[in-house]
Write a protein that binds this ligand. Structure first.
Ligand code: FES
Ligand SMILES: [Fe+2]
Length: 378
């Protein structure tokens, strides 16, 4: 298909997905399976938008770093000796190796290929045998900085110098979640799952509770939910339950609700989807995230991260009380991945046709529409 045909495909999908919920159609299979559409998404969504990378308490001490492969390229976040947190492209300035993997702490960032080394503020510190080279200036060979902004301790980067400030991107989400005091939370747990499916399926699934009675019949079970109106680049479903649903129905939540939660927040868990690829699930006593990192059109990594208020973490019995939360997050995450892999296999068929949305899938429709709008603009 040529570029014009893709623009037509996007425009047609915008009309059909943009119709009122009771007439709207889901996205054509190509949006989940065509590598060329994935490349358009890479530019219009991942390189243009804000991507959540990690929390600032995951790089709490000078020398701490966090590296992640995103659909906008490899990213490195590091805290310098001056305690400043910075983001860089995780790419060596020599011949382009990845510099650091995963999480850890270091005094210098040393390239594993030819040992060029960088200070934590990105300046080139040493480059073996290069000093003799005419015109080689260490100051021209520092790490490439990335624009980074933080909200409530969550660090986001963008490759787009013209992106609006993060707070504008998030619209009214910070206000909606203000009473959870997320800035007082700390990250305590992560698990990463591989998923043989398109990244959008993982986000769509995360903002509808239509599937939970069947897919999660042995875990969270059927859930009541309501849509939350949003402003900005996010969608939101609230699953209604006056107790935290971050543990399974058989496991009493181990922690008290956050003091000062507003009336609406006391009534359930907010399942957000922040364009393009991140969910914060915000319950009365904790938060967990799904950070979806696409590897290709049909493979994704789902990072599930868990956060609790600092005073819960300070309890001497925190570990045993938090264990059922971790188990629930991983178990339910695996149940979702299993059904989405089935869905992806079927979406690859030439016989697939867009389907009708159900009455509880308005947030899926809205999120798909945000994606289509970004693709049309990009
Ligand atoms: S690629 Fe990094 S030192 Fe050569
Ligand atoms: Fe689910």
């Amino acid at each position: 298909m040529n570029t014009k045909s893709y623009q037509q495909l996007i425009e047609e999908a915008r009309k059909k997905t943009g119709a009122p919920l009771d007439q709207a159609l889901t996205l054509p299979g190509a949006f989940y399976t065509d590598p060329s559409i994935f490349e358009l998404e890479r530019k219009a969504l991942f390189e243009a938008g804000w991507l959540f990378i990690c929390r600032d308490d995951q790089v709490a001490a000078p020398g701490d770093y966090f590296a992640a492969d995103t659909a906008a390229g490899p990213v490195l976040i590091a805290r310098g000796e001056d305690r400043e947190v910075r983001a860089f492209a995780n790419i060596c300035r020599h011949r382009g190796s990845i510099l650091l993997e995963g999480q850890g702490s270091c005094r210098r960032i040393v390239c594993p290929y030819h040992a060029w080394s960088y200070r934590l503020d990105g300046r080139l510190s040493s480059a073996p045998e290069m000093a003799a080279l005419p015109g080689f200036e260490p100051t021209d060979n520092g790490l490439i900085p990335l624009r980074m902004e933080s909200w409530a301790g969550f660090l986001f980067i963008t490759c787009n110098d013209n992106a609006p400030p993060l707070r504008n991107w998030l619209g009214d989400m910070p206000d909606r979640l203000a009473s959870h005091k997320l800035e007082e939370m700390r990250h305590v747990w992560t698990v990463s799952l591989e998923a043989s499916c398109n990244w959008k399926l993982l986000l769509e699934n995360a903002i509808e509770a239509y599937h939970t009675g069947l897919v999660h019949r042995d875990t969270v079970g059927a859930q009541a939910s309501r849509g939350i109106e949003t402003r900005g680049h996010w969608a939101c479903l609230q699953v209604l339950s006056d107790r935290s649903i971050a543990t399974l129905p058989g496991d009493e939540p181990g922690f008290a609700p956050i003091a000062g939660l507003d009336e609406e927040a006391r009534q359930g868990t907010y399942f957000t989807a922040i364009l393009p690829n991140c969910q914060f699930a915000v319950a009365q006593d904790c938060l967990w995230w799904l950070n979806i990192r696409p590897l290709s059109v049909d493979r994704s990594v789902v990072e599930i991260g868990g956060c609790f208020p600092a005073d819960s973490i300070a309890r001497p019995d925190f570990e045993p009380l938090a264990r059922p939360y971790f188990e629930r997050w991983e178990k339910v995450g695996r149940e979702d991945v299993a059904i989405l892999e089935k869905q992806h296999r079927a979406l690859m068929s030439p016989k697939h046709r867009p389907g009708r949305f159900g009455p509880r899938e308005e947030q899926v429709r809205l999120f798909d529409l945000m994606i289509l709008d970004a693709l049309a603009a990009g």
